[in-house]
Design a protein around this ligand. Sequence first.
Ligand code: PRP
Ligand code: MN
Ligand code: MG
Length: 182
Amino acid sequence: DHGYGPDIDHVLLSARQIEEKIEELAATIAEDYAGREVLLVGVLKGAVMFMSDFARALRLPTQMEFMAVSSYGSSTSSSGVVRILKDLDRDISDRHVLVLEDIIDSGLTLSWLLKNLGGRRPASLEVCTLLRKPDAVQVDVPVKYIGFDIPNEFVVGYGLDYAERYRDLPYIGTLKPEVYST
Ligand code: PRP
Ligand code: MN
Ligand code: MG
């Protein structure tokens, strides 16, 4: 586990559980999008692992775009004030856009992103998130595809970071409290 073992409190989702869920999501989405060309929009950096595994599991021709946004706030929560660090390279008008996120926590990042992307007149716009936390339910963001509903704990791994670390962990887990206090 890349030497991160001592920092991890417990494993929430194993690499195997993540892989199985992605296969399941991909099967559903492949059916829903049959005959359409999908444009995957990955939200950097958290969604990179999910994007790369999902794109290969989805046995449909897809194209990939990435957007990087940053919410002002502490490293463990977001504020809803979002700024674009990297915009899409191409026009998405008349495209079938599927936004891929690693996690929806407060829902503020996604809520902002959907308004922004929706204004670019895509043919369709849906969201697939690997993880969703309980608070996200309070914000009115339409999320069609959800991998796992998880408890309100701070999680890392499989793209998710704490202060830019742990993204390379192959599983998703929680950190020991002392990791935050140093
Ligand atoms: C994290 C995560 C989501 C967002 C969810 O990204 O990857 O994109 O926060 O939080 P919210 O629902 O409360 O808005 P972050 O801003 O940490 O950037 P990163 O993906 O580069 O880690
Ligand atoms: Mn993110
Ligand atoms: Mg982050």
